[in-house]
Design a binder for this molecule. Structure first.
Ligand code: C2E
Ligand code: MG
Ligand code: MG
Length: 558
């Protein structure tokens, strides 16, 4: 199979876009459209299903088949009086770092459905019958595809009224790693074997098994047939088969016991997934059950999601500012922290909604809004005594998958005529560590565009000192958790001091977050830290309050 570099794929796509109604490159395992940045990096964009089928799920994914077989595949889909002629061409992309990425170039022509004659319809019927199995089943595995699973599960529940059911979802932990470490073929084989094991469970208990996409599966089982031991045994067998020194295979199950038959199947799957998420990073746990507290959480999350658009449009998300203070007590900038001003008068902090918005794929909309509020304020300050102040905005790792972050930020500073150096960008250590090589490029590109990049929350997770070597950020923000024991424990003090020294020697500015007392600030200053943020100076406040604080503290030395 021919190998292309990313630039060649971009040109190929451009050329094909002129010839076909739709030309795109997809990752059929992740079910995502791939996008290419000017720096050669690849990002996963929105899901690739949903254009030619009503269920918006991966029905008849010819691209997965093309990827698996390495051969071009063709298929016609009929949807909403249109015929989609899909040609899935497997390609190998050579990545800038030397790696190879298996993807599929999808070329689609769309025609209006011709009004069929009786003969045509008869012929089509034969075709449809032949396609029947394929239409219901996922092309890679023997499981039902998502659309068929939803439909047949509903049918089963209706047919067997009075039965109690459980919905089980399954997900392979760090599945991406299998593709990365052993290649896509091995990844596919793992999916097939996992699917076979789950299909067997379903078949033995008169249930159904579907592949919802990627490495996500669902089982609908009669409650009386459901046994946790069966799931545990299957998980163990798969783990024994696939675990190696390099990779520990772990499959997690979320279980929702159906209470109301009228609940949509997709909601039942969401609930089982909510349970699954509570253990998804835990190698020692295999099965989790949906319970009342998750129900409350899921209702709460639904409220956030359904109210989000309106709240964003009506300006309910307000940027608060927390001062960043130098060792001389002078305010030199601020961190922008969002607060949700609800119509009932309550003010909600980001801890209550950021994660939900991230999971719902909405966080970039909020972030772009806050970035714009920050840039507007920098514009207002530009002609005043506050022109040297910086604002640090937070970014979510998900932003990079949803939008062209570089373009959005560059356009913003250009639109408002603001110096990009005054807008600082905070990316959390955990986000950067997820994909270290990619992060390296992201940070480098942001710096090239003139932005100052800050590593946020350093020390909150499993910090990697190696990361300081690879990722050339301008600022290191040390998380307050590293401050906890500096008063009482000599070892914590030594670690903190070493981090401060190391970052300073690497030319990074160090800011310690969460400074609550004068004693903490003094200890930190002794260790060589020159910049601070924390309740000792001020909590996050409104713009007006911040300006007052600045007028009081900012100009001390002027
Ligand atoms: P962060 O970026 O690390 O922000 C610092 C958090 O520490 C803020 O919490 C701040 O109020 C809190 N903090 C500051 N000084 C102290 C202190 O002395 N003691 C204690 N106990 N806490 C202190 P907040 O505002 O609740 O924000 C939480 C997190 O939410 C932020 O952590 C950030 O990761 C995220 N976040 C906030 N605004 C946004 C946003 O607009 N977009 C995104 N994507 N994330 C945001
Ligand atoms: Mg931050
Ligand atoms: Mg932080």
């Amino acid at each position: 199979m021919k190998e292309y570099n990313v630039e060649q794929v971009r040109s190929l796509l451009e050329a094909m876009s002129g010839m076909y109604d739709l030309a795109r490159v997809v990752d059929p395992i992740e079910c995502r459209i791939l996008e290419f940045d000017s720096d050669g990096s690849i990002c996963m964009n929105e899901s690739c299903y949903g254009i030619w089928n009503a269920e918006q799920k991966c029905i008849n994914c010819t691209s997965a088949l093309a990827c698996r077989t390495g051969c071009r595949q063709e298929k016609k889909e009929h949807f909403q009086n249109q015929v989609f002629h899909i040609r899935s061409n497997p390609i190998k992309m050579k990545l800038p770092d030397g790696g190879v990425y298996d993807a599929v170039l999808e070329l689609v022509s769309i025609q209006k459905e011709p009004s069929a004659t009786a003969n045509d319809r008869a012929a089509e019927n034969v075709d449809h019958k032949a396609d029947h199995y394929q239409a219901l089943h996922d092309t890679l595995t023997k499981a039902l595809n998502a659309g068929a699973f939803y439909e047949l599960a509903r049918g089963k529940i209706v047919e067997h009224q009075g039965f109690s059911w459980v919905m089980v979802t399954a997900n392979i932990m760090n599945f991406r790693l299998i593709n990365t470490l052993f290649g896509v073929l091995k990844g596919n084989e793992t999916l097939v074997k996992t699917s076979d094991a789950l299909v067997e469970i379903a078949e033995q208990s008169n249930g159904l098994c579907g592949r919802l996409g990627g490495d996500q599966f669902a089982l609908l089982l009669p409650e009386r047939e459901y046994k946790e031991e069966t799931l545990l045994r299957t998980a163990q067998q798969l783990a024994d088969y696939y675990s190696s020194g390099l990779y520990t295979f772990c499959i997690h199950f979320g279980v929702y016991r159906m209470e109301d038959a009228a609940i949509p199947i997709s909601v039942m799957c969401d609930r089982a997934n909510s349970a699954l998420r509570t253990i998804r990073d835990d190698l020692r746990k295999t099965v989790a059950y949906f319970d009342e507290s998750m129900m409350q959480k899921s209702i709460f999350e639904q409220q956030i999601i359904s109210g989000f658009d309106e709240a964003l449009q009506s300006g309910q998300f307000k940027m608060y500012l927390q001062p960043l203070v130098g060792e001389n007590g002078r305010v030199f900038g601020a961190e922008a922290l969002v607060r949700w001003h609800k119509p009932d008068g309550s003010v909600v902090g980001p801890g209550d909604f950021i994660e939900t918005l991230e999971n719902a794929g909405l966080i970039h909309e909020l972030d772009m809004n806050i970035w714009e509020q920050a840039v507007k304020l920098l514009r207002r300050w530009k002609d005043t005594d506050k022109k040297h102040l910086t604002i640090s905005v937070n970014m979510s790792a998900k932003d990079f998958y949803s939008i062209d972050v570089y373009r959005v930020l560059t356009e913003l500073v250009e639109k408002y005529g603001v110096d990009s150096r005054n807008l600082r960008l905070e990316i959390t250590e955990t986000a950067l560590l997820k994909e270290p090589e990619k992060s390296d490029r992201i940070v480098a590109t942001l710096k090239e565009k003139g932005f100052c990049v800050e590593i946020d929350d350093f020390g909150k997770g499993y910090s990697s000192l190696g990361m300081l070597k690879d990722i050339q950020a301008d600022v290191l923000k040390i998380d307050m958790s590293l401050l906890d024991e500096i008063e009482s424990k000599q070892r914590s003090r030594i670690i903190l001091e070493s981090v401060i020294n190391m970052a300073s020697s690497l030319g990074m500015e160090v800011i310690t977050e969460g400074v609550e007392t004068l004693a903490q600030m003094r200890s930190l200053a002794q260790m060589g830290c020159r910049h601070f943020q924390g309740f000792y100076f001020s909590r996050p406040v409104t713009i007006e309050e911040f300006e007052q604080i600045y007028d009081r503290l900012g100009k001390l030395e002027e």
